[in-house]
Design a protein around this ligand. Structure first.
Ligand SMILES: Nc1ncnc2c1ncn2[C@@H]1O[C@H](COP(=O)(O)OP(=O)(O)OP(=O)(O)O)[C@@H](O)[C@H]1O
Length: 226
């Protein structure tokens, strides 16, 4: 089995709109279990890269392997299945369904993965580990604070034990002490499950929590973007 969680080779992507910049990464490799702080100026392509890694966007050329499996050659249905089983995502808006309870939201994520069975026990464990209140599983998401919703989004992303967890700017809604506690937990949890964590943020004060700090500019090929 590959020891790389992510292996990108000669990746090119361009949005369909006229004048969109070409986004090109000659190569990028991230080992299993590594935590990466991915930063860079606004508009440099961080969200685009996360969307390519999660298979939401499909590149025009090049390859993306996750755990040695080529995301880029999968059919859309295979890619959806693969994402459910191997990739956790927490994007800025959390994408939780507000009128469903926390447990119903988590079950929905689990439904799309292969590993069936009752996940209530694991959901309770994660809820406790992320220091959410005990009764939260039966609470509708709309009744939670933003900080709690963020933790629920993490629980949902971790429920299928992903190999790669992609997190986009999640801490802006939190105060400094809540943010510290959140990041410490997030890094601990991903380390203990050998999950590769790609964490995108503008806030360089957060970089010390992570194994590696990567500026997206260093990944993007200069000639193509000139
Ligand atoms: N849906 C889209 N259609 C066309 N162009 C897009 C689209 N989304 C992003 N872009 C363009 O792609 C480039 C990279 O955008 P992206 O959102 O990935 O950057 P970012 O580094 O995440 O920015 P920020 O830090 O502000 O969130 C920008 O030039 C942006 O205008």
């Amino acid at each position: 089995m590959s020891s790389l969680a992510i292996n990108i080779q000669d990746l090119s992507y361009r949005y369909k709109q006229a004048n969109s910049p070409q986004f090109h990464i000659p190569q990028w490799q991230v080992p299993q279990g590594q935590s990466v702080f991915l930063h860079g100026d606004s508009g440099t392509g961080k969200s685009t890269l996360l969307n390519l890694l999660s298979g939401v966007l499909t590149p025009q050329s090049g390859s993306i392997e996750i755990m040695g499996q080529a995301l880029t050659t999968m059919k859309a249905s295979q890619r959806d299945k693969f994402r459910a089983n191997h990739i956790g995502v927490v994007f800025q808006t959390f994408n939780l369904i507000p009128y469903l309870t926390v447990l119903e939201n988590i079950k929905l994520a689990h439904y799309f993965a292969d590993n069936k069975g009752d996940i209530s026990a694991k959901a309770s464990e994660l809820v406790e580990a992320l220091k959410l209140p005990a009764g939260v599983l039966t609470t509708p998401v709309s009744q939670l604070s933003i900080g709690q919703q963020q933790r629920v989004a993490i629980v949902r992303a971790l429920i299928n034990s992903p190999d790669v967890l992609l997190v986009d700017e999640p801490t802006s809604a939190l105060d400094a002490s809540a943010r510290d506690a959140f990041l410490t937990l997030l890094v601990e949890m991903t380390k203990s499950s050998n999950t590769c964590l790609i964490f995108v943020s503008h806030d360089s004060a957060l970089q010390d929590y992570f194994d590696v700090k990567t500026d997206i500019k260093s990944l993007i090929s200069k000639e193509v973007n000139a």
